[in-house]
Design a protein around this ligand. Sequence first.
Ligand code: EPZ
Length: 430
Amino acid sequence: MDRIRIVGGNALNGIIPISGAKNAALPLMIASLLTSDTLTLENVPHLADVELLLRILGNHGVDVSVNGRREHQDGSYARTIHFTCRTVADTTAPYELVSKMRASFWVIGPLLAREGQARVSLPGGCAIGTRPVDLFIEGLAALGAEMEIDGGYINAKAPKGGLIGARYTFPKVSVGATHVMLMAASLARGTTVIGNAAREPEVVDLANCLIAMGARISGAGTSTITIEGVPSLSGARHRVLPDRIETGTYAMAVAMTGGDVTLSGTDIGLLDTAVEAIRRAGAEVSAVEGGIRVIGHGDQIRPVDIVTEPFPGFPTDLQAQFMGLMTRANGVSHVTETIFENRFMHVQELARLGAKITLSGQTARIEGVTRLRGAPVMATDLRASVSLVIGGLAAEGETMVSRVYHLDRGFERLEEKLTRCGAIIERISG
Ligand code: EPZ
């Protein structure tokens, strides 16, 4: 199994190109199941999760053609992928595939809308929490689908003539369930109004792509989305929006190590709350042409309390990284996780680097220390593992991160991007 070796202590200086967002690319790719025409996506990141979803979509009959990756001057890659699903080959998403990546469960929306039926394995638990699917079941049932759980699978069946538009308000904000409702309602008969919808930029990106495919959607980005169903959708060309979590992660790394880095190909407006927190911690963050500039002052990190919330609140996907930053603050800070009940697995590992963190329920109390020391640590989930990389970059001596396949799910060419900015970081294979 690959490991990542880091020798900490270097400031980061240079340019880091930001990739297309994983969490936008996945639902956009799934949207290709809604049409028999070709959906072309630009700026698709090269990540383990994307590659896995390509396989899953292939199983449902999607033909995929990938345009070669072209490297630009700033080190960024452009990857364009064409998806064509002339006919749906299989409306079953099996356990072996769905259990590997929760987002693949979302195929239930387009399969049900286009084919009138879907049999999709329950995704099961996952390291960061139980993550049930009740909201998907309720939402699709509101559109008239018969939803039945049988042998670990959800059998979904649309009424004769297809799904029927309806008014449905989520009892809790869910990004995935909002994506699925958007896709399903786009092909339903009549109008659907989704209340308490997720407002994440990735939801807006999916809505924009669906609109380009001919869907009639208004209100994406607010908590009420209205969808007037259409009989069919066409192909389209769409560019995946920049990864705000990758952006925030590198911004926090610079805030921690010190240095001066431009994050190119991204947009400060995607992460206002996180930028605000990083500024309060003492780093300078500004919008520059085509990206964001971050100037960190390493040793003068101020303590900042954060609480994770659905967008536009502080993202849960940046919680671990921010906690990493706070381990070196000049004082005590608190990090409260409200989205997932078990998203603190990085606490034990950060402690191995010398961090002082105590947990009480959903809140971590972090007492900043003057220095961290490198140590062997283990990646436990995607965002937790990158917080260990950030910790390692700021620690004295060598940090060895094992189980880095978690990182490969969501960070494209991490070692290369950081090495170009002066970090000592390498992958050790085997
Ligand atoms: C998306 O997951 C992201 N994944 C997650 O990123 C992210 O952490 C999460 O949204 C919250 O922002 C992708 O976009 C691929 P939710 P999702 O449904 O859609 C509960 C990463 O590291 N819930 O918004 O699965 C759920 O348990 C990943 O890139 C129900 O109770 O998250 C959670 O507590 C990790 N019933 C809350 O809602 C349901 O039916 C929010 O989850 C569905 C969800």
